[in-house]
Design a protein around this ligand. Structure first.
Ligand SMILES: [Fe+2]
Ligand SMILES: [Fe+2]
Length: 382
């Protein structure tokens, strides 16, 4: 434990958007992909595979989309050449293929491409696939971490990806897998790896995963400083990981919109509370505090929150803690359209401007714990 360190300048600059290469000879589809991607990524497009490879060596994109029929070489050959080019061997590649075409029928045989995007598709599907590929190099960098934080990161990601898949397919939440990941996360936090874990996910493109992981870590630390045993910290961490899973149902372009949300979009985002509770209530062996965290983390003491407008004594300590942590995390989250707010500034803003909405006694405890824990100091890798 020590005093909070000054924020790293790198963390507080607006993030550089990832560069995506679109390699497609079909002008209409190429332009459609560029239009879908450019509000969220920097995009460079090419119609010729061979020339594109030469340029990729210089531009080093975060991911490339390659059309499966790309004359004269063909998309498969372009993917092979990318894999054989020094410096591009590990470039995440998405093969774009028409629905019903041979590539789709071939199943997993994409000649070294990491993912398949079946075209045409909903824009949010294209954005989700590209986003997941942008995060691949971040996830691969975790291999260099020491075993305890590495395990926490891998297990939380695996559990979250499993959740995402299950929710998209109408399946149920696997509490066992999330609980196991939460146990590993709490072990890493109690072994003083909080700063390292927060740093390791800051450029990950899956905002819902990153936000849920951060809320999970902060809630667990909150439990730790209020004297809760490790088993209860795991319960809080599990609640944090699951508190927003209903957001998985919200389209990428709404969830990641850079400008002001329209009323209809904000109403859609607000539905994530009911979606999350509905999903969690279906999960066997779920514990009540996990549902309380999910159902009340947007409620405020003065009744101005949602979805129910609960107030005062209707909100127990767990809900009050979850609201504080969720707001703190949202302010200090780094988004593609905004830098992370300085944590001390965020805590002071909450203290000075939200006295009617938040439990000031709990906020004072949380604030001191965050300042003391050096959670945001530069991480030491090893
Ligand atoms: Fe939420
Ligand atoms: Fe949240």
């Amino acid at each position: 434990m020590g005093t909070i360190m000054p924020p790293s300048p790198e963390q507080h600059r607006p993030p550089q958007r990832s560069l995506i290469a679109v390699i497609d000879n079909m002008a209409g589809r190429r332009q459609a992909l560029v239009n879908i991607l450019k509000p969220y990524f920097r995009v460079v497009d090419h119609e010729d595979g061979d020339k594109a490879i030469a340029e990729l060596k210089n531009s080093r994109p975060a991911a490339a989309l390659v059309a499966d029929r790309l004359p004269p070489l063909g998309g498969y050959e372009v993917v092979k050449r990318i894999r054989d080019t020094a410096g591009l061997e590990r470039l995440p590649v998405i093969l774009v293929a028409p629905n019903g075409g041979k590539t789709v029928q071939d199943g997993q045989r994409w000649c070294g491409a990491d993912r398949l995007l079946v075209w045409p598709c909903h824009p949010s599907m294209a954005l989700m696939v590209v986003s997941s590929m942008c995060s691949l190099h971040i996830e691969r960098s975790w291999e260099a971490l020491s075993p305890i934080p590495r395990l926490a990161l891998k297990q939380t990601l695996l559990a979250f990806n499993g959740l995402t898949e299950a929710i998209h397919q109408g399946g149920d939440v696997d509490i066992g897998e999330i609980g196991q990941a939460s146990t590993s996360l709490v072990a890493a936090l109690n072994d003083n790896h909080c700063h390292l874990i927060l740093d390791a996910v800051k450029d990950h493109d899956d905002y819902t995963y990153v936000h849920c992981l951060r809320v999970s870590a902060f809630l667990s630390l909150f439990g730790h400083i209020t004297g809760l045993p490790q088993s209860e910290q795991v319960l809080l961490a599990t609640g944090g990981l699951l508190h927003d899973v209903g957001k998985i149902k919200i389209p990428y372009d709404v969830l990641n919109k850079a400008g002001q949300l329209k009323d209809v979009e904000f109403d859609l985002i607000k539905t994530h509370v009911e979606s999350t509770v509905e999903l969690l209530q279906r999960a066997p062996q779920i514990r009540k505090p996990i549902i309380t965290i999910a159902s009340q983390h947007h409620e405020k003491l003065d009744g101005s929150g949602y979805p129910l407008g609960l107030s005062g004594t209707q909100l127990d300590d767990l809900a009050r803690m979850a609201t504080i942590v969720d707001i703190f995390s949202a302010l200090t989250d780094r988004r593609t359209y905004k830098p992370a707010m300085d944590p001390e500034l965020a805590l002071n803003l909450m203290l000075e401007g939200m006295s009617r909405e938040l439990d000031m006694r709990l906020l004072a405890i949380f604030r001191q714990a965050m300042l003391d824990a050096a959670v945001f100091a530069e991480p030491v890798y090893g």
